[in-house]
Design a protein around this ligand. Sequence first.
Ligand code: G16
Length: 547
Amino acid sequence: QHKMAQFDKVSQKSKLHPKPEGLTLQYGTAGFRTHAKHLDHIMFRMGLLATLRSKKTKSTIGVMVTASHNPEEDNGVKLIDPMGEMVTAVWEGYATQLANAEQDSLLKELKDILEKEDIDVSEPASVYVGKDTRPSSASLSQAVLDGVSSLGGKTHDYGLVTTPQLHYMVCCCNTRGCYGSPTVEGYYQKLSQAFLQLTQNASNRTDDQKRLQVDGANGIGALKMREMEAFLRSELQVVLSNDGSSGKLNHMCGADYVKVQQKAPQGMNMGVGERCCSFDGDADRIVYYYTDSKGCFHLLDGDKIATLISTYLKELLTQAGLNLQIAVVQTAYANGSSTRYLEDVMKVVVCCTKTGVKHLHHAAQEYDIGVYFEANGHGTVLFSKAAQKQIQELVKDLNTNDERKQAVKLLESTINLINQTVGDAISDMLVIEAVLAIRGMSVQDWDAIYTDLPNRQLKVTVSDRRVIDTTDAERKAVTPEGLQDAIDSLVKKYKNARSFVRPSGTEDVVRVYAEADTQESADSLAHEVSLAVYRLAGGVGDEPKPL
Ligand code: G16
């Protein structure tokens, strides 16, 4: 009886969020993402799915309404599993199944998932919901809330939060507060305390050294940075630009723009040599940069961040006498110089996964300490339970005058500062600032650790990007026929060259990456490979032009 009433309610409510007939959407790199006008039914249905997932896991699940780095007109949804991770591949499949069911078969698909997963629909459910600052996010997050309540789930609407903040809340809730307190204030307190503890170990920094220019991408990260500032007690002096008061989200600013264009964002007044960083639209990515006295732009991307953090952690482990294995997880976009440095000089394990934090996160969980970063600045550090326990016990065991004590305490505070649930621009920024302060390094010292190979990223529009299939962590194209051979022979023309192509999972484009010994070569290789994609994979519009 109860079940029937529940299904009736879903059926009634779903009519308020109808699916346009024939529209099919694929679950991409980080969930569904497209123009906001196509997403109302998706949001309602992801509310349903999160409720089922919550009933199944008997835990709180998160739903974040955001399209992160995409243009303001787009939107999207990211689903968060109990410990703050992305949902599993099987549930991605269910997401696609529900998203694409025509209106009259929605209940059938819903019941199918209930049956396959042996879920009792009368179980309680709890879903946390958050949204970014896009104009469309308000009504779309309401659609999520409607979906949850139609299946009898409880919701907590966090309103405007960064994606990593919502991941943090979900993890706090499901660990019953062990990870922290599930409030925005709890997040600021946990991170700022750890940051202040770490920076106590830095000697006499000037105000200039404490100063950091932050480009907020005109998004949620800017709002949250403003809220957090007071907690940092001037140990970090943030100069915020693109704070959303006038400019458009991600337009000529933000981490993706800076990384792909390899230039400073608009709206930032950069002094020579000054340390600057950019967040993306939902503040889960960060890149650093500066311009030198010749006006030359220097980018410190996710690869440089991974190198800085893993060098610091490795040193602390040695000082603390701890035998824990560090690994760095990258993707095909990692600059060849970074991989060489990590393997040959630092001698850490390096592995390569497909694009998408869900893949990197998973790989990083295999090690005592897994540092994972995509070149675009998306990443974090994971400490295994056993590693955390060893560190915490050593802090207690060691005598105050034991010289290992300081290193172990630094490790402990670093664990508290890093958001282990997902890449987090604010948390990563604080870790980087603390590491630079403790080691007395300038952004230039950090940049000098290794020199990037010149590289270029381009986009090609094709009629159906699914014609490109890849293997070997996306480094080789399997289809269309002849494309990989064409790339191989183009790469041979250049020195220290490498190139690959892959369909994007967040935008309707094919991405092309090339690196080589000079910028001219990287640009020319990227262009030639783009032409090969255009010709062999059904390019639309004008042929790609040389840079
Ligand atoms: C998302 C994913 C990232 C991925 C990026 C680009 O980032 O979370 O892991 O690198 O998309 O993916 P693709 O090349 O498939 O379009 P974000 O920050 O937009 O959520």
